[in-house]
Ligand binder design. Structure first.
Ligand SMILES: *Cc1c(COP(=O)(O)O)cnc(C)c1O
Length: 223
């Protein structure tokens, strides 16, 4: 069995039913994706539009592609025809552009709202208050070509597992609150995307439904 197949098997063994693995293949060559594909992996996450475009053309067409990085509005049109989920919607402006481009393709695109909870300055996303306000405002209800499936976040990059746990729990509690107050009748609002190579076990404990794991499967990225 290839190293990638073994790594995949190890990560999957850590995931209970109801937690889906998104294999984060950014910066890895197509051969690495093929190995994962041959081992049964079908959901891949990428964070750069051009790289995604190239890989889509080279991989079998039953792959489900998730866009996990920061997405510029002017690039939405390139991925709208096929992307299965956009994880990191960080502004209303971006959400509206996704809606517009999805309408052009005759699609409804699944998205997650990105929360900014980590202490790092550079991370994008809605603060928990801004996210709550945005959902409470209700303008998103008119956008019939996007479906808000849930929330996404990245915890702080730290060895302090308690801090990571607290940040993930904050996201979890906001999800539960939004579910109760605005999506109680919408079964599709059911996804919580957090957890990467170094913290996915904590993500599982705190109720993630999608974990985004790259390095543990594919090794270090070659930039
Ligand atoms: C790169 C990336 C990951 C995967 O990180 P690893 O540490 O390699 O598992 C997960 N989520 C996002 C948003 C990323 O950009």
């Amino acid at each position: 069995m290839s190293t990638i197949a073994q790594n995949l098997q190890r990560v999957k063994a850590d995931l209970p039913d109801g937690v889906t693995l998104v294999a984060i293949s950014k910066f890895h060559p197509i051969e690495a994706l093929r190995e994962a594909y041959d081992a049964g992996q079908r959901i891949f996450g990428e964070s750069h539009v051009q790289e995604l475009q190239r890989k889509v053309a080279e991989m079998p067409n039953d792959v489900e592609w998730h866009f996990i990085g920061h997405l510029q509005t002017n690039k939405v049109k390139y991925i709208a025809p096929y992307v299965a989920m956009i994880h990191a919607v960080d502004t209303e402006h971006l959400l509206r552009e996704i809606d517009k481009q999805a309408a052009r393709c005759g699609r409804v695109i699944d998205v997650l709202l990105e929360l900014h909870i980590a202490e790092e300055e550079t991370k994008y996303g809605f603060s928990p208050e801004a996210c709550r306000e945005f959902i409470a405002g209700g303008a998103w209800r008119e956008l019939s070509h996007v479906r808000i499936r849930g929330l996404m976040m990245m915890a702080s990059f730290t060895d302090d597992t308690e801090q990571i746990r607290q940040e993930m729990l904050l996201a979890r509690h906001l999800f539960d609150e939004l579910k109760r107050d605005y999506f109680a009748d919408e079964p599709y609002f059911d996804e919580r995307s957090w957890g990467m190579s170094h913290d996915y076990p904590i993500a599982v404990e705190t109720g993630a439904t999608l974990v985004r794991v790259g390095t543990t499967i594919f090794g270090e990225r070659q930039y």
